[in-house]
Design a protein around this ligand. Sequence first.
Ligand SMILES: [Zn+2]
Length: 125
Amino acid sequence: MGEILYDRDVQLGELVRLRASYCEACDRWEFPVRDYCPTCPAPVVVAALPGPARVVGFTAVMHAPPGSLVAVPYVLAVAAFLGGISIMGVVDNVELGDLEVGVLVDVIAAARGDIACYAYRLQQR
Ligand SMILES: [Zn+2]
């Protein structure tokens, strides 16, 4: 990946805010950060997405896709952020039965092999 995903230096498992680009003209977020708005010529700004995010869909992955760095089985969720963008991510340390549409997840710093990435963590209720 190599790109900067978070708004600061962090330890694994720490809460993070994902860096995304925002177009004021379109009121539209993009993740990962883009240098331009995909729908208009206005300049974008890079900002940290406010969390937490609300799960809008999820599934279990039982068979690893080619090249996958995540050990199966794992849970994948799409979560909606306040800005209106939905982002897919692995939910760490969760069973499929623990999730339901509408629950809140935090974004945490994670790593797959030696590649820095992010994951979702179910908020305690
Ligand atoms: Zn735009």
